[in-house]
Design a binder for this molecule. Structure first.
Ligand code: NDP
Length: 278
């Protein structure tokens, strides 16, 4: 028995999955027409939606939308699972706001786009009170794998944003690399197998770099900062020659320059961490 508020592409996909798995779902959405055709019970008002069930799942543009919808409503005794994105600070504030009104609050970050919700690769980071999450895990498991990351309500969004940091910068770097080749007449299609090879091998560097960062020791055998910094400089040069936007290669070069200036020239590349998080 679930109340679901927020029927954008994500909310609709989640409601469809919950219904398909036999759950009883009551929905409410600001734009009422988006609730039609899903097969869920449609609540005529927010108050009716809240009165229908104790478990309330939100999928909204941001946390302000939650206040716009729930401020002034009675949420005492409800379990609110907010799967909307926002900053970790906003999610922590919201947990306090809900607790002050007698609700139990779990935050979540959904890690797949709407067409992959409820598939084998779908997963969601959750944080907040673990006992509350576990109480409703059988429902939430329908949306995707349940990955509980800790009691701090901000953690789910931090994990979400950490993953998206890798994702967004990787997308930009892939496009920059493609543009370098396109400038010389090489099609994007021709570069595909090589780009895929690099994406596949990238993960091999992660465990070693994690150990370096956790111990703050950066042995320099292999890829030193000086050597990698020279490469970063060559990429700026190649991008200039090709008439490309320099924002991305300059940002990377700047990290190497500053690591060298701080005396990390002979250290391994993970010592860039000292520039990123001084
Ligand atoms: P949308 O922004 O398309 O839709 C969100 C919902 O929020 C709609 O139902 C909208 O209502 C409602 N809403 C927004 N502002 C208000 C408000 N002030 N008052 C009342 N309702 C409001 O988001 P998505 O469905 O794409 O995503 C939902 C969340 O999931 C977002 O936080 C997003 O970052 C996250 N996410 C999205 C992914 C994606 O691929 N789309 C992937 C992973 C996470 P109305 O219909 O009336 O406009």
């Amino acid at each position: 028995m679930i109340t679901f508020i927020g029927l954008g592409p994500m909310g609709q996909a989640m409601v469809r999955a919950l219904l398909k798995n036999g759950h009883d779902v009551t929905v409410w959405n600001r734009t009422a027409s988006r609730a039609e055709g899903l097969g869920a019970k449609i609540a005529p008002s927010v108050a009716d939606a809240l009165a229908a069930n104790d478990l309330v799942i939100l999928s909204l543009t941001d946390y302000q939308a939650m206040y716009d919808i729930l401020d002034g409503q009675t949420i005492t005794g409800k379990v609110i699972v907010n799967l909307s994105s926002d900053t970790p600070g906003k999610t922590r504030e919201a947990a306090t706001w809900a607790a002050e009104r007698g609700a139990r609050f779990v935050t979540g970050g959904v890690m797949v786009p709407e067409h992959l919700v409820a598939t084998d690769i779908s997963y969601v980071f959750y944080s907040g009170p673990e006992d509350v999450l576990r109480e409703h895990e059988n429902v939430l498991r329908v949306i995707g794998r349940v990955d509980y990351v800790g009691a701090d309500p901000g953690l789910a969004q931090l994990y979400y944003q950490a993953q998206l940091t890798i994702f967004l910068t990787s997308l930009s770097s892939y496009l920059h690399a493609t543009a370098l080749l396109k400038a010389a007449g090489v099609s994007a299609e021709k570069f595909v197998p090589y780009a895929k090879e690099t994406f596949d091998t990238m993960s091999m560097y992660v465990p070693g770099a994690a150990e370096n960062v956790d111990t703050r020791t950066y042995p320099g055998e292999g890829a030193s900062v000086t050597m990698m910094g020279a490469t970063a400089d060559h990429i700026v040069g190649a991008s200039k020659e090709s008439g490309l936007d320099l924002a991305l290669p300059n940002a990377v070069k700047s990290q190497y320059d500053r690591a060298i200036a701080q005396g990390h020239g002979k250290s391994g590349w993970p010592s860039l961490y000292e520039v990123i998080a001084p």
